[in-house]
Design a protein around this ligand. Structure first.
Ligand code: FNR
Length: 352
């Protein structure tokens, strides 16, 4: 396990930094993580002793899958930046920990290979994260490829039409599932006199609510929208037919000074009122954070950067250990607040 002193997922952070090229480290850490993290830590919990927890468990049923715990692996691009085995290592770790991996559109290894590893290792079927491919035809092609590979659900990420956190990729890392690559910078109009690189460039190739309704028609797989922070947007998404929402500010990587993820979760989950599952990410660093998100209405929680700290430090073992640590901490927090299942956590009985 690369070291014996690792007691928390955060312990992998320093190990990862020591191993990674400073530019890769900067790419991974880019964005405002602190605000999301602090907000989660501010929530006060209430110990509830003497509850018989011997039948306790963290099982849930989510969009047709029965899962042994509510921790998923967030989609993260170009994982070979962090370890030579990249997404394959993450897939092995996810399977070993009985966790759903969400495969990024920007994965560095073929979707089919990643899914096959999960099948061989007996993990829950992975989901696929879809980025809009500048238009409907190419987006549909990618969607169908993920379906055919055996992905269980589609996560349509819409919060990053403009990508600030980018880096020059080394030669061995590329988005192999998006070949041939799309031209950048975007539309031919951009850069011509009077045209805006943002409005006529990036945004001319970004999806709209119409495209979401179109996408809904293209697949019978569960469809989740990732990057929803506003109750009104959640409502529009539900009326567009999505099966689930992911409240996320992309780990603070897109819009500076954006609402903290937990504040958005409270607003969105109150508004949605159980009509569809509301998943959560951005700032979860330990099992207590995951507990807080569940208590504030999340159905399940996606882990982000801590997985890549584990991957950089110890490959598949590191990723698996991070998931395991968070799961153990979640269970400890449940036991200490007298919650024997996730419904009890979600009832808020452990909130002060
Ligand atoms: C991401 N995220 C992301 N999201 C997505 O939908 N597709 C992607 O390809 C990526 N790639 C990616 C790369 C890196 C290096 C980071 C840090 C993040 C966002 C990710 O899924 C998740 O929303 C955040 O990582 C959650 O925040 P924390 O927990 O990392 O702070």
């Amino acid at each position: 396990m690369g070291g014996t002193q690792i007691e928390r997922a955060g312990d992998y952070q320093g190990l990862a930094q020591a191993r990674l090229d400073p530019l890769v480290w900067r790419y991974l850490q880019d964005g405002d993580q602190g605000g999301n993290e602090e907000r989660l830590k501010q929530i006060v919990l209430l110990p509830r002793p003497l509850v018989d927890c011997r039948a306790g468990h963290t099982r849930l049923s989510l969009l047709g899958q029965t899962l042994s715990h509510p921790l998923l692996l967030a989609p993260m691009a170009y994982q070979q930046l962090f370890h030579e085995h990249g997404e394959i290592a993450t897939a092995m770790a996810a399977s070993a920990q009985d966790a759903v991996m969400v495969i990024s559109s920007l994965a560095g290894q073929p979707i089919e290979d990643i899914v096959r590893v999960v099948e061989e290792e007996g993990g829950p079927a992975p989901w696929f994260q879809l980025y809009w491919q500048q238009g409907r035809a190419r987006t549909l092609e990618l969607l169908k490829r993920a379906e055919q590979a055996g992905c269980h659900a589609i996560v349509f990420t819409v919060d990053a039409p403009i990508k600030l956190a980018t880096m020059q990729l080394p030669a061995h890392v590329r988005a192999v599932n998006l070949e041939p690559p799309l031209p950048l910078p975007l539309s031919p109009d951009a850069g011509t006199r009077g045209a805006s690189l943002v409005f006529q460039g990036w945004m001319a190739q970004a999806p709209t609510w119409d495209d979401l309704r179109w996408l809904r028609e293209q697949t019978s797989l569960p469809l989740l929208l990732k990057g929803v922070l506003h109750a009104g947007d959640a409502e529009l998404a539900i009326s567009s037919g999505v099966d689930g929402l992911i409240v996320s500010n992309h780990g603070g990587r897109v819009l500076g000074g954006a609402v903290h993820s937990l504040d958005a979760l409270s607003a969105v989950s109150a508004h949605v009122a159980g009509r569809v599952p509301v998943l959560f990410d951005s700032g979860v660093r330990d099992g207590r954070d995951a507990y807080v998100a569940l208590a504030k209405g999340a159905t399940a929680v996606l882990l982000g950067r801590p997985l890549m700290w584990g991957l950089a430090a110890s490959g598949a073992m590191g990723v698996a250990h991070v998931v395991r640590l968070l799961r153990d901490e979640l269970e400890m927090t449940m036991a200490l607040t007298g919650c024997v299942n996730l419904d009890e956590v979600r009832s808020g009985r452990g909130l002060a």
